[in-house]
Design a protein around this ligand. Sequence first.
Ligand code: SAM
Length: 351
Amino acid sequence: MFKRILLMCRPGFEKECAGEIIQIANRQVSSTYIQARENSGIVYLVSHSNAEITGLIHTVVFKQLVFSRQWIMTTDKALSLPDNNRLPAILNTIKKFDCHVQAIEMDYADTNEGKALNKFCRQFKPHLLEALQQHHLLNDHAPWRLHLFFHHSQQVDIGLSPVANSAQHAMGILRLKMPAAAPSRSTLKLEEAIHWFLSPARQQKLLVPGMHAVDLGAAPGGWSWQLVQRGCLVTAIDNGPMQDALMHTGMVEHLQTDAFTYAPAKKVDWLVCDMAERPLHVSRLIARWFNQQQCSHAIFNLKLPMKKRLACVQECLALLDKSLSSAKISYYIQAKQLYHDREEITVCIIT
Ligand SMILES: C[S@@+](CC[C@H](N)C(=O)[O-])C[C@H]1O[C@@H](n2cnc3c(N)ncnc32)[C@H](O)[C@@H]1O
């Protein structure tokens, strides 16, 4: 039944998304291969075996994928639909899945053509929901989410994702409103990172008023602003100017110095870093902060303007792992290309 996994990614990052999933799949199964088109925003992992695909979607931990926003296991080819009355053909396929679903998600690629389907999807969803209800296919406790990934209004990939092992937001996109008072749009990157990497329970424990943070490459202050909103006291390191209103909160100390030589007087709770510097250079800096016990947790960006982006990310993560492990630091690391990230990824380390 299921012969492919459709993975959604940032358009232009299909090679990285594909490289990552095929490496992981090859460790578990032998016959998978990739189908992908540049700038399409999607990648297919294909197999001849239903067992391989369902096995992978259960055993690969979705959160460990850096470049994939959402994934769906789907059939061997997309379903062609008539111009009107699309529901019977769609329901026919869904019934063959022989399972209940907890929710439905209408998907499309994060491209201009994809986004043009937004209105169509919004209008179609209530009809599908009603039909699923009539056919008793919805169940709040079912482990599956139903996906309809539209390529255009007459072609759809229909599939399932495990609710517990997939993105919780439609298409893996957390839409955030730009706060009017924030000093820069970059603020959304840290806000999304906090939501993605820290569950509400973890936020309540690890990011609370009165904590101390250092923001490397802070100007004009979008990341510092997020931390101040959460009651943190921030030391902002940057030669550039910080936003006046943020400085007037009295919560931020601005030091015009080089982030690579600065060291805090005592250990801080959080290190954040959004510098446009070479990723390996940034990774070494972050590793040094942990090894010298200068911070408890960190969120930082790795900029990826180079060609071999996946190899670079893996080199950085390996460096961090080697460095922290040899210092006997017990830590949890996660990396993700967030929706608000462009040619970059965000990494979170918690100790
Ligand atoms: C992308 S901007 C940071 C934006 C910021 N996170 C925000 O939300 O407003 C990168 C900043 O890193 C700073 N930067 C780059 N290299 C630096 C270094 N070696 N030391 C201190 N700051 C540095 C730049 O001056 C620049 O302001």
